[in-house]
Structure formats: structure tokens, C-alpha cells
Design a binder for this molecule. Structure first.
Ligand code: NAP
Ligand code: GDD
Length: 323
């Protein structure tokens, strides 16, 4: 009998962790998900996976706990998706962000070395590495210029992943993923904040949304398309890094246009308030990626366009609130 492939995913209860687990189960993997301990379980995104995957307790700030997760899962593939992932929060907790998002990757790499078996490692790198983009669209060779403590922490994680690949001949890949969203996105990120806010306004539960900078632009894709790119990177014979993006950038205003149109509102001015609390000390004005290397070498392309993404998120929030 053929043994199933085993995958260990950190950040299992996050947006990407849950979508990746869905994909790997479909591909007949045995999936182990790392979650940190909390007094109240946070399995909103993974309740449908209970009984189908094995949850393990581990924390990126505790190397021994990661080692035990490796021992208890004996994985062929490790996906390091856990992080303090909210850019805005990284100015409030820069040390904690650096510890989890930066040093956390090092701890997992050291745990893998200690564990001693050959396996494949995926690091969740980000378009925030490009920050003040020196080339638009950005590709794998574009120089980095992070603009937040989060971006700087991810830069460390990106380089230590590459350094361990070169130092110890490990199969380490970094996916440089541009923004991707889904119905499972955390409520503090701008896309979900808007889809949830628009849903509430359309149902008469709220009369406005408070936002910060409306002029920044992002290259927004759909998370289930992007986790497939993660998996494809891990199926290569040789480890390499890839940009994953759509190649199109839209502003927050354009996101608002489409989201409000979904509920029949063409002029949203009276429903949106700008609040300085949501402005950032340093902004990333625009992010746009060139995914041609992934298209050529992985055969990957985004499948979900901007309008479909936005309307799916708004519809999902309306249904959720009605329930
Ligand atoms: P997310 O929803 O915020 O999920 C992050 C997960 O990390 C959460 O489940 C969180 O657990 C866990 N976590 C936080 N601190 C931890 C710690 N000390 N030990 C163990 N787990 C910890 O993020 P996402 O959007 O799915 O993103 C996945 C990864 O891709 C992140 O590394 C993010 O930085 C990166 N990324 C995301 C995007 C994007 O647009 N989504 C783009 C590029 C890169 P709790 O539930 O306990 O808080
Ligand atoms: N969160 C938030 N809340 N952002 C706002 C708001 C608001 O009320 N108003 C305006 N924005 C603007 C932010 O200033 C930023 O320019 C843009 O909306 C997107 O913010 P987020 O949705 O918080 O995402 P992000 O681009 O900062 O970071 C996400 O994408 C990165 C990849 O580029 C996160 O998923 C990161 O983990 C990821 O690495």
C-alpha cells in the first residue's frame, strides 16, 4: 500500500492554513496543523477540518515545541504560514512581531536540522518585502525595500530560509505572495473590513465604515488559488523562490466601488469615514507583481478576477450575518 504524504502546517487556523489544509486533504495528504495554545479555541476557519486533520500544539517562539511537532508528524513537507501577519499592528508590537515573524522561521529551520530527516520547507514570504517598490511590477530579482517592522521581520525570515538552503543544502522555498483574500480573511484586514461593513450597511445593522488611507493600491488575488502555488513550489525537483500575484493593482477606493455596487449603492461617500487611527506611520503606496516565472516554471496562473473576489466576499458576509 502506498503511504500517504504527510504535511505539517503552522498557522493552521489562519486564512491560508485552512485553505492549504483543504487542498492537501483533496490531494490525499495526511495533514498536521500547528496551533498555539489559547484559553478559547480559535477554529473558526478549521471547524470543518476537525476529525480530518491532527491538531498539534506549538508556538513559533518555542523551538522545542516545533521539534516535538516534527517528531509527532514526521512530515515530508513543512509549510511555515504562522506569523504576526498584521502590518498595522507591527508598529505597536515590533519586538513580538520580529520574534514570531522573523526569528520564528529560524526556529523552525533549526528544529528541522535537529530533527535530521530530509524534508521540504516552505516559507511564507510576502510582497511587503518590496515596500517602496523600486520596480513595478516587482519580480524575483527586484531589490527589497520593506516599510514596516513586519516587512523587516519577513525580510529576515526570507534571507535565513535562503541562507539555510545554501549553507546546509536544505530544500527550502519562499513564496513571495502578493495580497490574497477570501471569505476567511481576518476582520481587521481592509478587504474583509469593507466586505463585512458593506454587508452590515446593506442589512441596516450599521451606518458607516471607518477606514484609513483610501489611495494605496494592492495586487489582490484569491487565497485558494494562491495555496495551490505554494504546493506547486514544493513539488519542484530543485528549491527556488517565486512571485505569486495577479499583475493588476486596484486602490482601496476601487475596492469600495465594487463592494458597494454589489448591494446597489453607487455613491458610497456618506458611508465611509476616514479615521486617523487607521493611518500607518509609513505606507506602502502600491504593490503589483509579475508572476511570469511561476507561470513558466510551475504552470500557475490566478483564476479569480478582482470583481469576482470582491463580490464573493460581500455575498459571504451577507449570508453569514443573515444566519
Ligand atoms: P493569518 O490569517 O493572520 O494567520 C496567521 C496564523 O499564525 C494564525 O493562525 C495565528 O494563530 C498564527 N500564529 C501567530 N503567532 C503565532 C505563534 N507565535 N506561534 C504559532 N502560530 C502563531 O495570516 P494569513 O493571511 O493566513 O497568512 C499566512 C502567512 O502568509 C503569514 O505568514 C503571512 O504573514 C503571510 N502572507 C500573507 C499574505 C496575505 O495577503 N494573506 C501575503 C503574503 C504573505 P492565532 O489564530 O492563534 O492568532
Ligand atoms: N487594515 C486596514 N484597516 N488597512 C487599511 C484601512 C483599515 O481600516 N484603511 C486603509 N487601509 C489600507 C492600509 O493602509 C494598506 O495600505 C491597505 O489598506 C491594505 O492593508 P491590509 O489589508 O491591512 O493589508 P496589508 O497590505 O498591509 O498586508 C497584507 O498583505 C501583505 C502582502 O502584501 C497582510 O496579509 C500581510 O500579512 C501580507 O504580507
Amino acid at each position: 500500500m502506498k503511504t500517504k504524504k504527510r504535511a505539517l502546517i503552522t498557522g493552521i487556523n489562519g486564512m491560508d492554513g485552512s485553505h492549504l489544509a483543504d487542498l492537501l486533504i483533496e490531494k490525499d495528504y495526511e495533514v498536521f496543523g500547528v496551533e498555539r495554545r489559547s484559553s478559547v479555541k480559535n477554529r473558526k476557519n478549521t471547524s470543518h477540518l476537525e476529525g480530518k486533520i491532527t491538531f498539534l500544539t506549538g508556538d513559533l517562539t518555542d523551538q522545542n515545541s516545533l521539534f516535538r511537532c516534527l517528531k509527532n508528524s514526521n512530515p515530508h513537507e513543512v509549510y511555515n504560514l504562522a506569523a504576526q501577519s498584521f502590518v498595522g499592528e507591527s508598529w505597536n508590537t515590533p519586538e513580538q512581531t520580529s520574534d514570531v515573524t522573523g526569528l520564528g522561521a529560524l526556529r523552525m529551520l533549526e528544529a528541522i536540522r535537529e530533527y535530521g530527516r530530509r524534508l521540504k520547507f516552505y516559507q511564507a514570504s510576502t510582497s511587503e518585502l518590496y515596500g517602496r517598490m523600486v520596480e513595478n511590477p516587482a519580480k524575483e530579482t527586484t531589490p527589497f525595500y520593506p516599510r514596516s517592522p513586519y516587512g523587516v521581520a519577513k525580510l529576515y525570515a526570507h534571507w535565513i530560509t535562503k541562507n539555510y538552503r545554501e549553507s546546509y543544502d536544505m530544500f527550502n522555498v519562499s513564496g513571495i505572495l502578493f495580497n490574497h483574500e477570501s471569505e476567511r480573511r481576518g476582520l481587521e484586514f481592509v478587504t474583509r473590513k469593507i466586505s463585512n461593513g458593506v454587508a452590515k450597511i446593506s442589512l441596516g445593522l450599521s451606518d458607516h465604515i471607518s477606514l484609513g488611507n483610501l489611495d494605496s493600491k494592492r495586487d489582490w488575488g484569491y487565497a485558494p488559488d494562491y495555496v495551490e502555488a505554494m504546493w506547486l513550489m514544493m513539488q519542484q525537483d530543485n528549491p527556488d523562490d517565486f512571485v505569486i500575484a495577479t499583475g493588476e493593482a486596484y486602490s482601496i477606493r476601487e475596492f469600495l466601488d465594487v463592494a458597494f455596487e454589489c448591494v446597489g449603492i453607487n455613491n458610497w461617500n456618506q458611508y465611509v469615514r476616514q479615521d486617523p487611527r487607521f493611518m500607518r506611520p509609513a505606507e506602502v503606496d502600491v504593490l503589483r507583481g509579475d508572476y511570469s516565472k511561476a507561470k513558466k516554471e510551475l504552470g500557475w496562473e490566478p483564476r479569480t478576477d478582482f470583481k469576482t473576489l470582491v463580490s464573493n466576499m460581500v455575498k459571504s458576509d451577507i449570508n453569514f450575518l443573515k444566519e
